[in-house]
Design a binder for this molecule. Sequence first.
Ligand code: ADP
Length: 442
Amino acid sequence: MQDIRWNAFWLISSLSVLCLVIWAAADAEAALIFFSAGLFCYLIGHLYWLHKLHIWLKKPVLNHMPNGSGIWEDIFASLYQEHRKNSRNQTQLSSTLERFRHAASALPDGVVVLNSDNEIEWCNPPAENQLGLNLRQDQNQPINYLVRHSDFVSYLQAQEYGDPIKLKSWRNPDITLEIQLIPFGSKQKLLICRDVTSLEKTETMRRDFIANVSHELRTPLTVVGGFLETLGDMDGAVPESSKNYFGMMLDQTGRMRRIIEDLLTLSTIESNVQSPDDNEIDMAKLLNQIQNDAKGLSKSLHKSPHRIHLELDANINIKGGQEELYSALSNLTSNAVRYTPEGGDIFIGWHLRDNQAVFSVRDTGIGIEQQHIDRLTERFYRVDRSRSRETGGTGLGLAIVKHILSRHQARLEIESEWGVGSTFSIAFPKVRVVQKITEPVV
Ligand code: ADP
């Protein structure tokens, strides 16, 4: 390819040589006129091709590109190649996009692509069906204007998309939808929506079965436990030789009653489709109560009780169901007491981290080996069965915590080191945080 500077240099040098020849042959005036005329023609030539380029750029059709001459021939040739490469890339991109759309349209699940402002960029027909959208009309509309279910709006705002949410379809209450948001690219999101009605029915049957069995067992167990306690209180009713067995009977009925109570709590929380309360909770009061409960439990279990410290930011409250959250937080604290040898330290914390409110319980207890951590919230999963039984555990505590947290769009974080201690933290999303404004001191 010719260099435009070289081209200009060559032309001006030739013109200058010719001028010198004319000057030598005729006079300086004729040489100057010849030089000016030459420059003028050179300029006119460039202006002509610039004009052609300008006209072509208004309607850049490849076949109508001018040929050019001299340096312009090279410029137009490069432009032609670049343009061809771009249109080839564009064709490839469009066909890939088209193939993706065909594949996504064939999916049985609903798929919606949202931009960083949660506006609908694209959705497939099942999503239109399940969520009541219309791509033509609703493109570029914010999804929360169209899907106005309060649980979905909280899920979208909470920006905690680890777990999907289930909700009753607002178009047909017999249908249950499972919705999951998956962030991708630069703050875009993929919304996956699935009809889980039949799965939900099976799940409901399972829950009902457990709830019914627990209910049926509760009454006979209460009767048996009550009689055992009465017998124990009656002087001489239990022969000295059987006192050992009698104590075991009392312990086991107590344990069964606790399991039944926890199973009933779990099934009540699981079957509750209503969102938890949105009342502001006085966290300072709640955490003081939790600290006192933990001290009480520690005293009842050990001769030398634990030191239970509380460090809280009293300016942070959260919105949620008071009873459910009390149950979740006290479950974690009672675990810390039960799995920390007597005299150990337990630190309860409440503070703000990246706009999220974080509750934490750090203990100096037995700790948990890494391979167990992911499974702790499964029902009846215990690292050490005998230890759990000894301290009155049912193996259902963390499963209850997990359900309560998912109803509050909160996340459970577990860090632990075997033989050193554990930290259980709950991160509540920004939307649930209420920050009290402190009055300036005058
Ligand atoms: P459990 O009633 O048996 O305590 P949970 O569901 O509350 O049941 O806890 C599940 C298991 O997790 C426990 O059996 C125990 O092995 C382990 N675990 C929970 N909290 C702690 C803790 N703070 N330190 C050590 N292990 C713990």
